[in-house]
Design a protein. Structure first.
Ligand code: BGC
Length: 387
């Protein structure tokens, strides 16, 4: 019999645990069944004295997440192993100050444009735009102060079978060089199906490129517990976008068949990452956009990742045409994460669902232009189970 669940959240802004009321949870039947919960509390202040909050979410199964309104960062996310043991599977820091100081986009919302735009320039409707350049000669992940470094308006959300956070940000005309006031909303949901579901929407008052993504670094053996080279990856992609030395796509959509980029069948990330291959040299490993084979704008399976020791399986579903698979090549132990654990080379991997890098300069790629009167939508789901 279906039992309707009622979720109640208490949202309190105050420093410290003591001032925060415990969430009130109830079922219609009142039988003590475990339900999701969400709590909001202050987490710290930025240098300009603005309060940053963090939401603690839990689903009915005991899976939990912490999400902050600073950069929309997923600070932690737990998932059970085959013995039912929950462990934090995303890299990140314990404190706000560490995120503000230096983060390689751990867990953040990336935008306006995920990945690179060549030389920070593009033309749209006959007008040339110049963006902030922050990655050699190129624009990366929205520029010097992208969506990962702003404070979002936020509120707790509750619905049947999920708890969530709504984030809202008005990116002003000209920010980082982009045209148009871009009104962006991101919904994070932690569902009772053990999913982290991310829904993006946006509107603009001038034509502008839009390509937000999510930048969690996953390690299904637990954050800080070794490298990810034994994780088995499947990518539902028959082509990828090869790049030049600066990681800008050449424009080619190259078949993966017969190359180290073929993940049609689940293959250990480390199996071919050291192969003598020019693309792997340019990326210092995998740092490439994969072209999803069955893209039609519907939510479809893009990737699976299995960690054999823990039994954890993560499925990635998206409405986007591409996914950037980055295997943590730039991690070098200098970021000391939660619990004092250093994040060494390839201790985490990202699967960033997106339109292809440098799309604003590639009319042959799916368009990422949003125009006044149009609605941008993008949904991505990271689903956890065991095998
Ligand atoms: C990019 C990498 C970059 C990393 C962190 C990834 O999305 O593809 O080249 O190093 O983000 O900035």
């Amino acid at each position: 019999m279906h039992r309707k669940k009622f979720y109640t959240a208490i949202s309190t802004i105050a420093f410290g645990w003591a001032a925060v009321a415990a969430p009130a949870l109830a079922t219609a039947a009142g039988d003590g069944e475990r339900l999701g919960s969400i709590e909001k509390r202050a987490w710290g202040k930025t240098q300009d004295n603005r309060t940053v909050c963090v939401y603690a979410l839990a689903n009915a199964n005991g899976m939990s997440a912490r999400i902050t309104d600073y950069g929309g960062i997923v600070v932690s996310l737990t998932a059970p192993d085959r013995n039912g043991k929950y462990e934090d599977v995303v890299l990140g820091y314990g404190t706000l100050a560490e995120y503000v100081k230096d983060s390689p986009y751990f867990g953040s919302v990336v935008g306006r444009f995920g990945n690179r735009i060549a030389r920070g320039k593009f033309s749209l409707d006959g007008q040339e735009y110049t963006l902030a350049v922050n990655n050699g000669p190129n624009h990366l992940h929205g520029g010097l102060k992208g969506f990962d470094k702003v404070i979002w308006e936020s509120e707790a959300l509750i619905r049947d079978g999920a708890v969530g956070v709504r984030l809202h940000y008005l990116s002003p005309d000209g920010e980082e060089g982009y045209p148009g006031n871009l009104d962006v909303t991101v919904h994070y949901w932690l569902t009772d199906a053990n999913e982290l579901r991310i829904e993006y929407s946006a509107t603009t008052d001038k034509a502008t490129p839009v390509n937000p993504t999510h930048h969690s670094y996953f390690n299904l053996a637990g954050a800080g517990n070794g490298d990810i080279l034994g994780h088995e990856l499947m990518l539902a992609a028959d082509r990828f976008t090869p790049v030049d030395e600066g990681l800008i796509p050449t424009g080619e959509l190259r078949p993966v068949a017969g190359t180290p980029f073929d993940f049609a069948r689940p293959t250990a990330i480390g199996a071919r990452v050291g192969d003598d291959d020019l693309q792997l040299k340019y990326g210092r490993g995998y740092d490439h956009n994969f072209v999803l084979s069955r893209w039609d704008g519907k939510l479809r399976l893009a990737a699976t990742v299995y960690e054999p020791k823990s039994g954890r399986l993560m499925e990635v579903l998206t409405t986007e045409p591409g996914v950037q698979f980055y295997c943590g090549n730039f991690l070098d132990g200098s970021n000391i994460g939660k619990g004092g654990k250093p994040y060494e080379h390839r201790y985490g991997f990202c699967l960033e669902t997106q339109h292809f890098p440098d799309s604003p300069n590639r009319p042959e790629f799916p368009s990422c232009t949003l125009r006044p009167g149009e609605q941008y939508h993008h949904t991505t789901v990271y689903r956890f189970s065991i095998k």
